[in-house]
Write a protein that binds this ligand. Structure first.
Ligand code: ADP
Ligand code: GN1
Ligand code: MG
Length: 364
């Protein structure tokens, strides 16, 4: 495609551009695996069009990613890692020496070294993957604990659950697509759980929970798992790395790795929080994070799963009511199915909260 030729020419990728294919299953950016010929050898890169409707300050976001990946790389180097380009995302600069390229439509593009022989997993297959992904995200937080300066907030109030709740209420009131009547049960489910939304925000405001550099989008498929060893190879999708709480990260790990149903599963009888996956997550996470967590953070690890799953459920419900304008959808009703799945997970966690809490205590 001509457009890709321009993008390819903008970056300092060695070799000549051959073609590209859409890649991965992210809901936000447009991601392509791009093929180059380097002296008869096929070499791959990732080219990504960053979603500028969602990220209002792409230069600030790219500056964050540069700072974060340089810091991670230094940490891996100090630890003696010999496969740096597979441990941390590597940005390829443009011919002008910047980290992003703006095309004729005003769209922002970036280019990463393609991490071979590792994949982002959409649906968990075994407890090792839960352990490995949590270990990798904990290591990520640990490495960034001494990052100098404050990062740009790429999406303000991203995990401000109160503000997500209020936005849902506005969407219900406006009901611009006339869909609210069809989702009365989901609305009722959400409204009945309002008391949950301020817990972490209030503890952060009082200082009992520290602000840290966090990933904020710790979906299982945002850590690449090495095909050969099954180890957590590289944390990716750094667009939302910014000041936050570790509870947002641990909570989203619980949401996405403790059941084998797809995020938009329609058969809710398949949706249940699997306590074995939860235990593997806690163990993997504490292996790398136990050194820095304060007691309040530990105490709320199990709760964080319920909170973040509820929050994402609110966001899917809001997007459904607003006409599917935020998350990419591939079929009608996908956002409401995603919402129902999240709410079923919330309910399942409510039922198992004592057992989850006990696992955290036993691992501490
Ligand atoms: P989104 O924000 O849309 O989720 P991601 O940055 O997570 O975008 O990228 C989408 C998918 O592309 C990932 O789930 C992963 O499968 C793949 N991917 C991203 N970066 C790389 C990389 N450097 N090497 C290999 N695969 C990658
Ligand atoms: C989006 O980018 P991706 O697909 O990894 C979203 C997350 C949601 C997730 C739900 C910037 O993540 O917040 O939890 O979808 N990212 C953004 O699957 O909104
Ligand atoms: Mg992603």
């Amino acid at each position: 495609m001509d457009q890709f030729k321009d993008v390819a020419a903008a970056f300092q990728c060695p070799g000549s551009y051959l073609g590209e294919e859409p890649y991965g299953s992210g809901h936000i950016n447009d991601t392509y695996k791009v093929f180059y010929d380097v002296d008869g050898r096929e070499v791959h890169y990732i080219h990504q069009r960053v979603n500028k409707n969602i990220f209002k300050d792409v230069p600030g976001l790219m500056e964050n990613i540069g700072r974060v990946t340089r810091h991670q790389r230094k940490k891996f180097e100090e630890a003696g890692a010999d496969d740096l380009d597979r441990r941390v995302l590597t940005l390829i600069p443009t011919v002008d020496g910047t980290d992003y390229y703006v095309d004729a439509n005003g769209d922002f593009w970036r280019c990463y070294v393609f991490i071979e022989d590792a994949v982002g997993i959409d649906v968990i297959e075994n407890t090792d993957q839960a352990y490995e992904s949590a270990r990798a995200f904990g290591e990520f937080q640990c490495q960034l604990a001494d990052l100098p300066g404050r990062l740009v907030e790429t999406i303000p109030n991203f995990h401000h659950t109160r503000s997500r709740f209020d936005t849902l209420k506005e969407a219900i009131e406006a009901d611009i697509h006339g869909r609210a009547d069809d989702v009365k049960d989901e609305i009722e489910f959400a409204m009945a759980r309002e008391e949950m939304v301020d817990v972490v925000i209030d503890l952060m405001a009082s200082g009992e929970i520290p602000e840290r550099v966090t990933h904020n989008d710790t979906k299982l498929n945002n850590v690449l798992i090495d095909n050969a060893s099954g180890k957590g190879q590289c944390v990716i999708d750094l667009d939302t790395v910014m000041p936050g709480s570790v509870l947002y990260d641990f909570g989203d790990m619980i949401r996405t790795t403790t059941n084998q149903a797809a995020e938009d599963e329609c058969d809710l009888s398949k949706v249940k929080m699997n306590i074995d996956y939860f235990e593997a997550l806690v163990k993997g996470y504490l292996e790398t994070a136990s050194g820095f967590l304060v007691p309040k953070e530990r105490e709320l690890l199990a709760f964080s799963g319920k909170l973040i799953t509820f929050e994402i459920g609110l966001r899917f419900l809001t997007d459904y009511l607003q006409g599917d304008v935020y998350f990419k959808t591939h079929r009608e009703g996908q956002n409401i199915d995603r919402c129902r799945k999240q709410f079923k997970m919330v309910q399942s966690m409510e039922e198992q909260m004592d057992a989850m809490q006990k696992i955290v205590e036993d691992c501490t």
